[in-house]
Design a protein around this ligand. Structure first.
Ligand code: ZN
Length: 354
């Protein structure tokens, strides 16, 4: 199912002759090292950072002050509950300035008070279902491709399941995924009335959490891809998500379309661009502030997995937003150097659905 290595191209005829000559002489031409790395980097399309910033979505404000993002067009599915949270609303004081209003941290982070987080979660369920007592099932997320079948009893488990995806066809509960840069993905089966929620950071994306999730829905509920709708929520955008060679090589080993997910992004600072010599000695080689950095588009990576799983392009909605550069709306782990609250993406089936 997976290819384990990057496809190699045959050398051009003149290089074949050169290789033969080297071989005759008992030598081998060096195909690795710096030169090869440079040609590899040239293969990506280039972009300025600002071109890659997704449009910030406009939140809906609930009566209790919680601001959340709906999916355009999903209001016609009256049986469905769904929301992507923002940081606005709520009672947390852990991540805001002293005079700011409270915030909606939905993760039990070290810096926040657990009772405040629990109250925030009840505010979110109240905003979405009208009842703060609606069971909300959260996970202990571990960057895996593990998916569990959830029911209302899981909401009161002392230790949540260790997994990165959950699904249910039981009405009356919400499935929740926590993020602060990673990509949340919600999926619903319109015909069989089943729902699922997935957590996709780069490691989970490489492990195909969303593709396997759709497969699990098929096994569990008999879901057909043509009946599925999906929404990809806000995460760190291609504008801000600089990654290392390790992420690149993992994606290249797993996905034939990997190179389409990366862009070379240049520093937009005009002084640095005009006087590069001034900045040459400030950082280690390979981390030049004027050189390109490699940015990954995780939203597109997960859209491609939904397409690979058989969903129609028009059945996939992108909510938009970048958690890292739209910090007035979102929590970002990377932009806050790890000191961040958690957003939550929820989906469920209304118990009173017609
Ligand atoms: Zn950004």
């Amino acid at each position: 199912m997976r290819s384990s290595s990057t496809p190699k191209t045959r050398p051009a005829p003149d290089l074949q002759a050169l290789d033969a000559r080297f071989e005759q002489a008992g030598l081998q031409r060096n195909l690795r090292g710096n030169a090869a790395d440079i040609t590899q980097r040239m293969r990506f399309a280039r972009a300025a950072q600002l071109e890659l910033v997704p449009v910030a979505p406009v939140p809906r404000v609930a009566a209790n002050g919680v601001e959340w993002l709906p999916v355009a067009g999903w209001e016609k599915h009256g049986w469905l509950w769904h929301a992507f949270s923002t940081r606005r609303g709520g009672l947390s004081r852990a991540y805001c300035a002293g005079d700011a209003p409270g915030e909606l941290n939905l993760g039990f982070t070290a810096a926040d008070d657990p009772e405040t987080v629990a109250r925030n979660r009840r505010l979110l369920t109240e905003a979405i279902t009208g009842d703060s007592a609606t069971p909300l099932v959260a996970l202990k997320q571990i960057h895996s491709n593990k998916i569990v079948l959830a029911d209302a009893a899981d909401a009161s488990r002392e230790q949540p399941w260790k997994a990165d995806g959950q699904m249910t066809d039981e009405p009356g509960l919400l499935l929740g995924i926590q993020t602060a840069d990673c990509i949340p993905v919600l999926v619903a089966d319109r015909k069989r009335r089943a729902v699922a929620a997935f957590h996709a950071g780069w490691r989970g994306t490489v492990k195909r959490i969303v593709e396997s999730g759709v497969g699990r829905m098929r096994l569990q509920f008999g879901s057909r891809p043509e009946d599925l709708i999906a929404a990809i929520g806000p995460g760190i955008g291609p504008c801000c998500y600089a990654v290392g060679e390790d992420a690149l090589s993992e994606f290249e080993s797993q996905f034939a379309y990997a190179r389409e997910l990366f862009r070379e992004v240049y520093d937009a600072d005009p002084v640095r661009t005009k006087y590069p010599m001034l900045f040459m000695t400030q950082r280690a080689p390979g981390h030049s502030p004027i050189g390109p950095s490699l940015h990954l588009n995780l939203v597109e990576a997960n859209r491609r997995q939904l397409l690979a799983a058989g969903l129609k392009p028009r059945a996939i909605h992108l909510v938009g937003g970048c958690t890292s550069c739209q910090r007035e709306l979102f929590f970002s782990h990377r932009a806050s150097q790890g000191h961040a609250g958690r957003l939550m993406s929820v989906i469920g089936i209304r118990p009173d659905a017609p």
